[in-house]
Ligand binder design. Structure first.
Ligand SMILES: Nc1ncnc2c1ncn2[C@@H]1O[C@H](COP(=O)(O)OP(=O)(O)OP(=O)(O)O)[C@@H](O)[C@H]1O
Length: 409
């Protein structure tokens, strides 16, 4: 089990993680979600001793990583697939890791086969594609056969077959009773892979609950209806009938309608009573992506403009190397687009008061440590299950971290 209690990390003025408390339990895949810069990697780095918390603790099976006996055999992590000596072959790289952590070299060939790198095991890793690098990083995480595994965006760069493989691997590792924490921005993939979610925004806990509960809490189900086009009065008749019962009929772009506030049988009965024929009546189940967008939209620091093209200025003609003289087009220089399509961080949805800049105890960054190599650990033990006191919602705390843009000001 991984447990964070009041975990906080500041880099100078920037608070990357603030009073984060959660438990990652064994036996299930836990998805770790949050917008860019929300503190996922920082949290994972602190978990494996690569960064020191400014305050609070994060432990693996009750101990901070650096105090774990044989840490490399207890926790495996894929944090940065590029953190490999490019001059070494995949096999050499894994052999080095194996020697450092007291893992027998026979295990190296096993994990190479598991991740599908057998054919390129003797090739230098600097020639590896992004996906091959990810596979090598995953091999490194699996090397010590650890009961706790962290994967930071493991599907990055993988092809569809690789993504399916990762999904099954995560599930298999969890079904073996391991603790599996995996971050990703691919919501559709997370919906298929994760059982439980920890969602953070600007370093703070936003949700800690099952995928099912997360979707139910953060989205509104609705019904889709369609009426015959040759009966132009029907939409209005239906709208009136539904409104009397407390429902709402909203037109959709494709000519159909969305009904909120009423169950499907009620909609059917009301339409029948109003003499409106329905050509479609179907439930719409919200996706994890919809629920995630709804929850995190106010905690997004980096957002593209709605119409990215409209905010771009044309480049001046006659730039050096274009082979003709400037025609008097001066750059219309203003900074990076701002305006209606580029809302201020936290502009929608998420309570604003939590992000007011407040003085917080700060501590300069403590730099990077190195996970301690270790020898063979005791055999895996069954983990205590059923963590108490999970927190479905954590309201933003006054004094919470500012967004990057706020910090920059
Ligand atoms: N070594 C560092 N020095 C200064 N700031 C840092 C450092 N590491 C992370 N940060 C800042 O901390 C915040 C959280 O970063 P982090 O990489 O943990 O986010 P993330 O959720 O993993 O983002 P992404 O989804 O984009 O990978 C960011 O604002 C980042 O700029």
């Amino acid at each position: 089990m991984i447990e964070a209690v009041g975990l906080t990390k500041s880099y100078g003025d920037k608070t990357a993680v603030y009073q984060l408390s959660f438990q990652v339990r064994p036996g299930v895949v836990t998805g770790f979600l949050g917008p860019n810069g929300s503190g996922k990697s920082t949290t994972m780095r602190m978990t494996v001793g690569l960064d020191e918390p400014t305050a609070g603790t994060v432990t693996v099976n009750g101990l901070p990583y650096r105090r774990l006996p044989n840490a490399a055999r207890q926790v495996g992590a894929l944090l940065d697939a590029k953190a490999v000596h490019g001059g070494r072959s995949a096999r050499e790289h894994l052999l080095c890791l194996a020697q450092l952590s007291g893992v027998p070299s026979s295990r190296v060939d096993e994990v190479i086969d598991v991740v599908g790198l057998g054919e390129v095991a003797h090739k230098r890793s600097k020639g590896f594609s992004l996906g091959m690098g990810q596979r090598l990083g995953i091999a490194g995480a699996l090397l010590g056969d650890p009961p706790v595994l962290l994967f930071d965006e493991p599907v990055n760069g993988l092809d569809p077959e690789g993504i399916l493989w990762i999904r099954n691997l995560m599930k298999q590792l969890a079904s073996e009773g391991r603790t599996v924490l995996v971050s990703s921005h691919l919501m559709s993939e997370m919906a298929l892979t994760a059982d439980h979610l920890i969602v953070i925004g600007r370093g703070q806990l936003l949700a800690d609950m099952s995928v099912k509960d997360f979707i139910a809490h953060n989205s509104q189900g609705y019904a889709r209806v369609r009426v015959p086009e040759d009966r132009p009065d029907d939409p209005e008749k239906l709208r009136t009938a539904l409104a009397r019962a407390g429902g709402q009929l909203l037109p959709e772009e494709d000519g159909g309608f969305r009904v909120t506030g009423l169950a499907l049988p009620q909609i059917s009965d009301l339409a029948h009573e109003a003499d409106v024929r329905l050509w479609e009546l179907s439930p719409h189940h919200a996706s994890l992506e919809e629920a995630y967008m709804q929850m995190t939209q106010g905690a997004v620091d980096y957002r593209a403009t709605v119409d990215t093209r409209s905010s771009l200025q044309p480049l001046p003609q006659g730039m050096p190397g274009q082979g003709h003289a400037p025609q008097g087009h001066a750059p219309q220089g203003h900074g990076y687009p701002a305006g209606p399509g580029h809302p201020a961080p936290g502009a929608q949805g998420y309570p604003q008061q939590g992000y007011a800049p407040q003085p917080m105890p700060q501590q300069p960054g403590t730099g990077y440590g190195t996970p301690a190599p270790g020898g063979h650990p005791p055999q895996q033990q069954p983990w205590p299950g059923g963590a108490p006191g999970t927190q479905p919602y954590a309201a933003p705390t006054p004094g919470a971290p500012t967004s990057d843009s706020e910090a920059a000001r």
